[in-house]
Design a protein around this ligand. Structure first.
Ligand code: IPT
Length: 962
């Protein structure tokens, strides 16, 4: 097995060239070797290497798309674990069962391939380890999956029939350093390219472009080997490399990503330069760019595509950046490895602050008390330094990259210190981030993940828990604070975003955060829709914890992303709708408001009756102005009235159309009138039925059976919801999940006992006791019905019995209608879902949808789709309308029951039945983000306590068009 020693060798690879800067463009010849390759999979690592020999006949092999992961192309299967290594923790050794993919590609040089010079074979990403041969000669091997590796190959090249052979192993010592929370996806997943390197071509170049905000000047110096000239025509720069030039410039920022096109010219090559002038530094305890403190409205981005895994095409990368920009996101942490270099080009061009993170995570050592952790073992330090260098050298010329991150969840150790020291030496222009070491000894930030609101507030005030070592404590206290991960976006949620943002905007030390995470890693699957952990029969897995993004796998924004966009909007408009004075606050870090145009509309019962343009001055960043709304139209005491204000792009930008809404606000004017409860009709008993005006009831049980002739079934108090991923999250405080406590209590199997059905001349009263088996806790529930013959009004009184210590999922009523009532309109918050601590994107208005459109397609089915603050709701089958009115209720409407939703594991498990289940809630439990983080804040919990709860609804049915 000696020839397998490289697999478990912990030092950097052999035969590769030193790392260098990625050029966004060059005039030298290049040949893409992406495309269809011959492929063979063997279940272990030691197979004969004869396939690499010249003349090997691979015609019996299959084909594979490169870049790509073989497990997503019909060979073997993907596997998901979060923290656990899916192999024994015995570094640096790997299992004998080590899926190994042999890749072969035969290529000719293009006829115009230049003679002479050097040639470089470049791999932008191979997981986890590759051994490479060209024309039968072994070039070397490398690890470091999401980092580039190059080999010099000129002497081996021939005009025709070059044979490139690459053996890729799923597991290597490098796997111990790549324990990120994601699918294990082996393969050549980024580009393979042959680059001509003429005599005198750029070996490496380093663009230093700083900005002095006091003088308004930028200084450019490009270091290059070999020396050459630097041209930036727009700035009149034509200078030698290595020489600094200072000229007046417009600075680069994520808000105003001003790039200057230039060229670096050496004897052998012209390299495109895209120069962004900016200076980033931590000073006065704040991270500043160009002299101004930043507020990161960030996300963590893994590279993911539901069909191709981490092999992303440029269109997908662009789509990610566009979606971020359109949702007010201004920063991205490249969790947890350097992304494809094109992504960073796009961040330069479109404007995002980037924390570039090294390809390093050893989280699985947590399971063994960090014994043997590579970052604490000096034998691994060269490998760690190699990773740091490959990241910094490749990405050092991107203005968007403002912070280097050493890696994620590696515990602590001297390897990290060595990386930080090397990076500071090589690139003192950028601060360093790492979250996992509370002493912050190697970093410029105090960074945390998932700290709850109270702790973040304490840190904001400088009142954090002190470190035992006074010196470290003092150093950390002087640091700016980041939440490198927060607001875990798994399933329905995250709740509590607005409360975090308020803290970030209150305390200067809190410079924002990065939501975990950008996209659900659900893999397209013929049976499951989107697959998650366990769906491929993995021995160990972490289920749907891999689906915790703001985008669904197909990149449709989830309600969480829409909420985030509203919560982080860079302009706020508040005031009193009655006096018409609006305070407009500019929360940008750099831009004034001149790129926005503001509009108002005046709405009556959710319908716009007038609209116009609001004159807002070009308020500078960080400042505010008061503006006056026009005089409102004549008052109408019966109607609910409000202003809706919008800030839109005044001109098309590189990332959105003119008119794109950046920010909005609604200011209520008048409250409107509640429908009086109708009365008058007397209950009439006939056979087994009681009729009360528009309502028909079961005389024995008092259950509602029909309204206005529309059959109703399953009517009753409802307290259950299909637990969300956040409901299922383990609470730090109680050691169990709220959903587990709900189930233990039996909230999913409440029994309804009828104690009395009482007819009075003007009302029908039904007294019940709603309680789970095996418990003496109960909700005494009294339904009081009245009707005027057309409207049926319900009053519900809930009186708890016993000591309720667990919040309820919901409190409302449920009823089943014929499934044909599938078109819905309502006056309330919309168009999307909203819960007590989510729904910042929902606006008050009149909305309509069909029932299918009300469902939010969370990858693992769970409570979803509730529309909040409804004043009325209508459902129609096209002939008749079933109408509900109430005081700010929320509703869900689904063609399956809560039990079906609760039982479903994947979306295709949900099949429409013949009942439309309508849930009308007076109150609901919030969402929180306890799937990884704090639970629901106290003010958003549905506490039962000993108080009585009352709520009411009116039901009407009318004929005619909907
Ligand atoms: C944190 C990880 O950094 C991230 O990769 C992801 O796993 C996230 O959690 C949860 O989805 S680590 C955790 C111990 C807080």
């Amino acid at each position: 097995m000696t020839d397998l020693a490289y697999l478990v060798d912990v030092s950097p690879g052999t035969g590769t060239l030193p790392p260098r800067a990625w050029p966004p463009g060059s005039d030298t010849a290049r040949l893409s070797l992406n495309g269809s390759w011959r492929f063979r999979l063997t279940p272990h690592a030691g197979a004969d290497t004869d396939f690499a020999a010249d003349g090997y006949d691979a015609s019996a092999w299959g084909e594979l798309r490169v870049p790509g992961h073989w497990v997503l192309q019909g060979h073997g299967a993907p596997a998901y674990t979060n923290v656990l290594y899916p192999f024994p923790v015995d570094p640096p050794f790997v299992p004998t069962e080590n899926p190994t993919g042999d890749h072969l590609r035969v290529f000719d040089l293009p006829p115009d391939w230049p003679a002479g010079g050097e040639a470089v074979l470049r791999f932008d990403g191979v997981e986890s380890c590759a051994r490479v041969w060209l024309n039968g000669t072994e070039l070397g091997e490398f690890k470091g999956s999401r980092l580039p590796h190059e080999f010099a190959v000129a002497p081996l090249l021939r005009e025709r029939g070059n044979v490139l052979a690459v053996r890729v192993h799923q597991w290597s010592s490098g796997s111990y350093l790549e324990d990120q929370d994601q699918w294990w996806l082996p393969g050549i997943f980024r580009d393979v390219t042959l680059l001509h390197r003429p005599e005198g071509a750029v070996r490496d170049h380093f663009v230093h472009a700083s900005y002095d905000h006091e003088s308004g000047e930028g200084t450019l110096r490009v270091d290059c080997e070999p020396a050459g000239r630097v041209l930036v025509p727009e700035l009149g720069i034509d200078t030698a490399t290595g020489e600094g030039v200072t000229v007046p410039v417009e600075p680069w920022s994520a808000e105003q990503p001003r790039l200057y096109e230039g060229e670096l010219v050496t004897a052998g090559e012209r390299v495109r330069l895209r120069v962004g002038f900016r200076t980033v530094r931590v000073e006065d305890g704040l991270i500043k760019a160009n002299g101004r403190a930043l507020l990161f409205r960030g996300v963590n981005r893994h590279e993911f595509h539901p069909e191709t895994g981490r092999a992303l095409d440029p269109e997908t990368m662009r789509e990610d950046v566009l979606l971020m920009k359109r949702h007010n996101i201004n920063a991205v942490r490249t969790s947890h490895y350097p992304p494809h270099p094109v992504f960073l080009d796009l961040c330069d061009e479109l404007g995002l602050w980037v924390i570039d993170e090294c390809d390093l995570e050893t989280h699985g050592f947590h399971a063994v008390d960090w014994r043997g952790n590579p970052v604490a073992d000096p034998r691994w330090t060269p490998a760690l330094l190699d990773r740091a260098a490959r990241m910094v050298e490749r990405d050092k010329n991107h203005p968007s990259v403002v912070i280097w991150s050493l890696g994620n969840e590696c515990g602590t150790g001297e390897g990290l210190t060595a990386m930080a020291a090397w990076i500071r030496e090589r690139d003192p222009s950028r601060p360093i981030h790492y979250e996992g070491d509370l002493s912050c000894k190697d970093t410029d930030f105090y960074s945390r993940m998932y700290a709850d609101h109270a702790e973040v507030a304490a840190i904001g005030r400088g009142e954090e828990q002190p470190l035992p070592d006074a010196e470290s404590d003092a150093r950390r206290r002087a640091m700016p604070f980041l939440q490198c991960e927060y607001a875990h976006a798994m399933g329905n949620g995250p709740g509590g975003l607005a409360e975090y943002q308020e803290l970030f905007e209150t305390y200067p030390r809190l410079q924002g955060g990065f939501v975990w995470e950008w996209i659900d890693h659900g893999l397209a699957h013929p049976e499951y829709g989107y697959a998650y952990g366990g769906d491929f029969g993995e021995e160990l897995h972490d289920g749907n914890f891999v689906c915790d993004g703001l985008l669904f796998p197909d990149r449709t924004p989830s309600p969480g992303l829409l909420d985030f966009k509203s919560v982080i909007q860079p302009v706020r408009m508040d005031g009193d709708g009655r006096d018409g004075v609006v305070r407009v606050r500019n929360l940008y870090d750099f831009a004034d408001l001149s790129h926005l145009e503001f509009t108002w509309s005046y709405e009556k019962d959710g319908v716009t009756v007038r609209e116009g343009v609001l004159d807002v001055p070009a308020v500078p960043a960080g400042e505010s102005a008061e503006v006056r709304l026009p005089a409102p139209p004549r008052r109408d005491p019966d109607a609910e009235t409000q202003w809706t204000l919008r800030a839109r792009l005044a001109k098309e930008t590189a990332w959105a159309e003119r008119g794109h809404v950046v920010a909005w606000a609604q200011l209520p004017v008048e409250g409107g009138m509640q429908l009086p409860d109708p009365g008058g009709a007397a209950p009439v008993r006939e056979g087994g039925l009681i009729t009360l005006g528009a309502g028909t009831f079961d005389a024995r049980t008092g259950t509602l059976l029909a309204v206005g002739g529309v059959p109703v079934n399953g009517f009753g108090l409802d307290v259950w919801r299909a637990p969300t991923d956040n409901d299922n999250g383990m609470s730090w405080a109680t050691g169990s999940s709220v959903a587990a406590r709900w189930r233990a209590l039996g909230l999913d199997r409440m029994q309804h006992r009828v104690d009395a059905v009482e007819s009075a001349p003007d009302a029908l009263t039904v007294r019940t006791r709603v309680a789970p088996a095996a418990s003496d806790l109960a909700l005494r529930t009294t339904y009081r019905w009245i009707s005027n013959g057309i409207r049926l009004a319900l009053d519900v009184l809930v009186e708890p019995e016993g000591d309720w210590t667990v919040p309820l999922p919901r409190l409302g009523v449920r009823l089943g209608l014929p499934v044909a009532y599938d078109r819905v309109s309502w006056f309330g918050a919309g168009p999307g879902e909203a819960y007590p601590d989510t729904g910042a994107a929902a606006m008050l208005g009149v909305w309509s949808a069909d029932v299918a459109g009300l469902q939010t397609p969370y990858v693992r089915p769970q409570e979803n789709g509730a529309r909040a603050d409804a004043r009325w709701l209508e459902l129609t089958d096209g002939q008749r309308c079933f109408k509900v009115a109430g005081a700010g209720f929320s509703f869900t409407a689904r063609p399956w029951s809560t039990a079906d939703l609760d039982a479903a594991q994947h979306r295709p498990d949900l099949v429409a039945g013949d009942t439309l289940w309508l849930h009308l809630d007076a109150r609901r439990q919030g969402i929180g983000s306890e799937s990884c983080g704090p639970g629901v804040l106290p003010e958003h919990q549905l506490k039962v306590g000993d108080q009585r709860h009352g709520f009411s609804f009116q039901f009407t049915v009318r004929e005619g068009d909907a």
